[in-house]
Design a binder for this molecule. Sequence first.
Ligand code: ADP
Ligand code: MG
Length: 680
Amino acid sequence: TIEFVRAAQLQGDEEPSGPPLSAQAQQKESIQAVRRSLPVFPFREELLAAIANHQVLIIEGETGSGKTTQIPQYLFEEGYTKKGMKIACTQPRRVAAMSVAARVAREMGVKLGNEVGYSIRFEDCTSERTVLRYMTDGMLLREFLSEPDLASYSVVMVDEAHERTLHTDILFGLIKDVARFRPELKVLVASATLDTARFSAFFDDAPVFRIPGRRFPVDIFYTKAPEADYLEACVVSVLQIHVTQPPGDILVFLTGQEEIEAACEMLQDRCRRLGSKIRELLVLPIYANLPSDMQARIFQPTPPGARKVVVATNIAETSLTIEGIIYVLDPGFCKQKSYNPRTGMESLTVTPCSKASANQRAGRAGRVAAGKCFRLYTAWAYQHELEETTVPEIQRTSLGNVVLLLKSLGIHDLMHFDFLDPPPYETLLLALEQLYALGALNHLGELTTSGRKMAELPVDPMLSKMILASEKYSCSEEILTVAAMLSVNNSIFYRPKDKVVHADNARVNFFLPGGDHLVLLNVYTQWAESGYSSQWCYENFVQFRSMRRARDVREQLEGLLERVEVGLTSCQGDYVRVRKAITSGYFYHTARMTRSGYRTVKQQQTVFIHPNSSLFEQQPRWLLYHELVLTTKEFMRQVLEIESSWLLEVAPHYYKAKELEDPHAKKMPKKVGKTREELG
Ligand code: ADP
Ligand code: MG
């Protein structure tokens, strides 16, 4: 067992009163009654009046008050979509956009994709008729490319603004600008109760509309001592809550899919072993790549006598509200991108969450009744080790993508772009340098023809470059597959606990010399040959839904090839061409073997091949990686063996022959010679 001490209380606005309205009771009421019961409802008229009177309105309200699902409907009812005008509501997360759109369609009694739809990268569930569009912030950003003044929108609601994702932050600057010359456009900035004063100041002191929350007090418990293994501690604590605490569902915050799946498996395993000694515990995961039917399950009411435990990523912090949560279990971590502008290295890291995050999480326990939040860290750690707030993404990510987009929109002076919080100067500079090296910008910083094409593709600049380069190496068929497979990354292989050996064997059977990108290609090709069969996936321990998604992505990218003037050609088994095309995009992400292990070529950072890689045993001298993931070490995920001479071939402006010389290799002079030959 784990010992918790009660150490604080999150003050609510309401006294704990009678029994909470159970999820079932709510379900029984008509959907309209539920709508009327939401905190935003009494403010409907007042809110609509404020929107009518002001061009920009900041809306602040506790999570679950009805901002996302109700306000766009009010606007619809009020006639904001007359004459075919549309309402956009942005979400930082794909799952939220999908789930909320589905909910709103149900509330309005329409088919999802008709009047109400969603649009996320590689998945468009909208039609001509769609007037309420839930979309990721990144998708609205891309709308600017085809419609720079957002002329077909009457209202843009930037939701979950407090999340401060990179795309949301860029949207702020662009929308503020559009609003100036489109006085009839309404701009709503919706946020949980954080940061609203800053948003108001940014939008020239726009008024803030507050929706009073409905919060019950939440008792906060801390562990007495730090927990070494928070996953194990989580599982133990959930069971402890289940066995000792009165009814009410549990919400657990973990950092990502792998962790969530592991935790769910452990929980189910232990419940099975305890059998009828405990009451039924429904274990439900929720994360970005979960198929939508599984996502919908978390909203279903818990059967009488049972308890539900939802194991979620940050998505449940403010984007989704699950009824009936009384207990929150918070290990205090989240997965974050971090970026070092000095070295240009970006990596995903599991880091302690901020105090603001921890408090949002705790708040989830007090929505329907007084609740409890169990933190798997000490009160001291909360006080002394957590940052106050999360650093906005714009300050801890690479900006290549966004800079390319802004350049395509004709915004050249990035240093003076209207940022809510500016990115570090070095990061902007490095983005410009990288885009120059990729051939997207010329030496004056202007967009090149190739840069314009790269912006057309809804993927990162390096991936775009790889796709464009497939024209030169006549292998676009294969490169499209690699690009699609990389975008569903890390969820291809299935590894059930009870069949680890079989699963690993199946995976190794796909290995091809050259590296992981070719393995991905191999998996897809064999699957396609099987007739895209689910049975084939099952037999080969491959996740069918990931493959289906890869196929969707691939089809969409294929549809864009013509626009970027790449013909469809196959390398006919000459994989060197595929590897060179990949290198054309990823020459930034290279590492070489030195006496002391792998070092990145330019920055000399120590890195390691991920143990899951097909090249883990081989340890080739030169390689490129798709991404870095920092866990116990800085791991390179998806690696490809390359030859150093290719770097001079694909990026002669970036690499000098001298820095690719290998002091330990006797063969070296010969290689250099070959390179010159190849360069002609
Ligand atoms: P906010 O945006 O202010 O956080 P929402 O509009 O997302 O609030 O949520 C309002 C209500 O709608 C919540 O009580 C939530 O439980 C309910 N809700 C939202 N999505 C779903 C869904 N997919 N299924 C059932 N209920 C939902
Ligand atoms: Mg919301």
